[in-house]
Design a binder for this molecule. Sequence first.
Ligand code: ADP
Ligand code: 5GP
Length: 194
Amino acid sequence: MTKAKKQQNLIIISGPSGVGKSTICEQVVEKLGAFLSVSSTTRTQSETERQGREYNFLPRAEFEEMIQNNDFLEHAEVFGNYYGTPKEPVDEALAAGRIVILEIDVQGALQVKKIRPQTRTIFILPPRSRDLRDRIDGRGRGENEKTKKWRLETAGREIAAAWQHYDHMVINDDLSQAVQEVIDIINGKLKGQI
Ligand code: ADP
Ligand code: 5GP
């Protein structure tokens, strides 16, 4: 496989908080045997999360050191915290010919697309905007009202940017249908927008 072909195996999945990205990614990864990148973040770990599983939770100073060392493929500040994709594991998996999935925000997606234009971007939409609120509550992370409101307010801006910049839009109404659409996109069976 050529290097350019391998770069097409890099898939970005984004979407507003609570839309179902983690749920979809988990199933896609299981069905395709893909590699899911574990991001680093400075945000507080919730009780349902485990160090190294959802994220590498790091103190700010350590994250900033990784930025200085050029250890990230991309990084961004989201909801007042740093989030970033460690470069080395992604490149190792791509070199091994695997499909690699990054679950990152729009800012990060645009950074990656700029330096690796073969990357394919998928944005997950909610069927109705009020579903986001219910799903954010449903995650049970114990977040305060202010954080939840911030996440909802950001959703509209992200969705507008995504229509402009993303290769594919997928509505997560029926979960198994959304998972199948993402798999079809990755396998090259669905080429256009939704
Ligand atoms: P995200 O990673 O985008 O923040 P999650 O994957 O954590 O979102 O999903 C948020 C909540 O919504 C979870 O409780 C999840 O079980 C639920 N959820 C995911 N997809 C659907 C769907 N298609 N219909 C209803 N609930 C869903
Ligand atoms: P959460 O705190 O809900 O887990 O994630 C908040 C937002 O950060 C989500 O939009 C998620 O996709 C994004 N995110 C997670 N990891 C990364 C990353 O490594 N880089 C960037 N740019 N965004 C990320």
